[in-house]
Design a protein around this ligand. Structure first.
Ligand code: GLY
Length: 417
């Protein structure tokens, strides 16, 4: 039996834990900090911080730690570093390698050093320098140089929106201390690529696209992600080979050259420009909500795959991806993304048939019913042989589940690029 502890509490972690639990290998799964929905399939952990989490893992003789979310990878001495000291295999990179996500400047320097295609940039720490770096050229991309739960990036079409974001980052310090990156705007469709990286080995997984804006037609403010689609068919023509040769392989070689240990999922946020794929960002974990679309398509022994990978044996044959398409539709609470309303009762979950639900911002009320407790509330995910059939199924099923003030997009999967 594999005793696994998964770190995180959102929809991605609910999907990871579900995939581990459904694996043929026998597992006992623990979740930290977890959620009421996750605790229906995983045990709660008695810990408050990284040191007590490590102590818990030692006491319970945990075989495998899986970093669902990124924050603990760079907290204190780093989750994976502490796991290594305790002799616990960890699926998630060490702190020094997780800087690829935690510091946008570190990531840009890495890309430039290893000649991985990306847009030009400048790193600044005051308003005047930011204005000078933009040089009156719009659109421009502004990024807070630190972890901001997917919200520290703004594509600014004009000076007014740029000044507003610069003030949030450098004036109000909305995301905490950190520099601002001014990046070249790259035009083209976006694609999320995931690889399992184990030292100098890697396996590219099914690609996905996420939908970041709150409203249809990619309008309105950015969110943590309102939906996602995934299919191996998104690797049209020569795209997979191109991405592997120009982005994935040089990244893994760069990690080795720089002495950055890496075992875990590595996420490449790419833009397909006229000059070929270019990288926007790395994330040192699976994407959310992409994980909710990708993971239900995995067949094979995912638990053993991750366990072996964390021990240094990447075994690609342990998993494969279903043909067809997977579509994930997120429902968000009233007020999201500016705020979020809690306490709205969710009805109809038990009526889902041919779709799965992954909880993100929910909790149980006093009567044992799920209610809203966060911005993105849950994701409903369905598969189909074609994109159209998967989209039809996900919307048909999602219509059964609702709560007051629910917001969701009506065009997830309609436009996949
Ligand atoms: N899908 C975007 C993210 O996980 O950051």
């Amino acid at each position: 039996m594999i005793k696994v502890l998964v770190v995180g509490k959102g929809g991605r972690e609910h999907a990871i834990i579900t995939a581990l639990q459904q694996s043929p290998s026998e597992t006992k799964i623990y979740s930290f900090p977890g959620s009421d929905a996750i605790f229906e399939i995983a045990e709660e952990v008695d810990a408050q911080d990284l040191p007590s989490l490590i102590n818990f893992m030692k006491a319970k003789e945990i075989d495998l730690c899986v970093a669902g979310e990124e924050s603990y990878l760079v907290k204190d001495n780093g989750l994976a570093n502490e796991c290594e000291k305790a002799g616990i295999p960890c699926w998630g990179p060490q702190k020094q390698s997780a800087q690829l996500e935690a510091s946008k400047e570190f990531a840009k320097q890495f890309m430039v050093r290893h000649e991985i295609p990306t847009g030009g940039y400048a790193s600044v720490d005051d308003v005047d320098a930011a204005v000078e770096a933009i040089g009156g050229k719009y659109p421009t991309v502004l990024k807070f140089d630190g972890l901001a739960a997917g919200k520290g990036v703004a594509v600014c079409l004009d000076e007014a929106s740029a000044m507003e974001f610069i003030d949030e980052v450098l004036g109000q310090r909305k995301f905490g201390e950190g520099r601002l990156l001014v990046e070249e705007f790259l035009a083209g469709p976006e694609i999320s690529i995931f690889a399992s990286v184990v030292d100098d080995q890697y396996q590219i997984l099914a690609p996905a696209r996420d939908y970041k804006r709150i409203s249809d037609a990619d309008e309105g403010p950015n969110t943590g992600g309102m939906g996602a689609v995934s299919s191996l068919e998104m690797f049209e023509g020569d795209l997979r080979r191109q991405i592997e040769e120009t982005i994935v392989k040089p990244t893994v070689e760069g990690l080795i050259k720089d002495g950055l240990p890496y075992r875990g999922f590595l996420y490449f946020g790419l833009i397909l420009t006229d000059e070929g794929p270019k990288i926007l960002e790395y994330n040192c974990r699976f994407g959310d909500p992409e994980a909710q679309a990708v993971l239900p398509m995995i067949k094979g022994d995912f638990a053993k795959y991750v366990f072996e990978g964390a021990k240094g044996n990447l075994q690609p044959d342990l998993i494969e991806f279903s043909d067809g398409w997977s579509v994930c539709l997120v429902s968000a609470s009233a007020g999201y993304p500016a705020s979020s309303r809690s306490g709205d009762t969710i009805s109809g979950i038990g009526e889902l048939d041919g779709a799965v639900i992954y909880h993100a911002g929910t909790r149980l009320d006093g009567e044992g019913r799920f209610e809203t407790a966060g911005g993105r509330v849950y994701a409903i995910v369905a598969q189909g042989a074609t994109l159209q059939s998967a989209v039809a199924q996900v919307y048909e099923q999602s219509d059964k589940v609702s709560f007051s003030g629910m917001q969701r997009r009506s065009d997830i999967g309609v436009l996949h690029f």
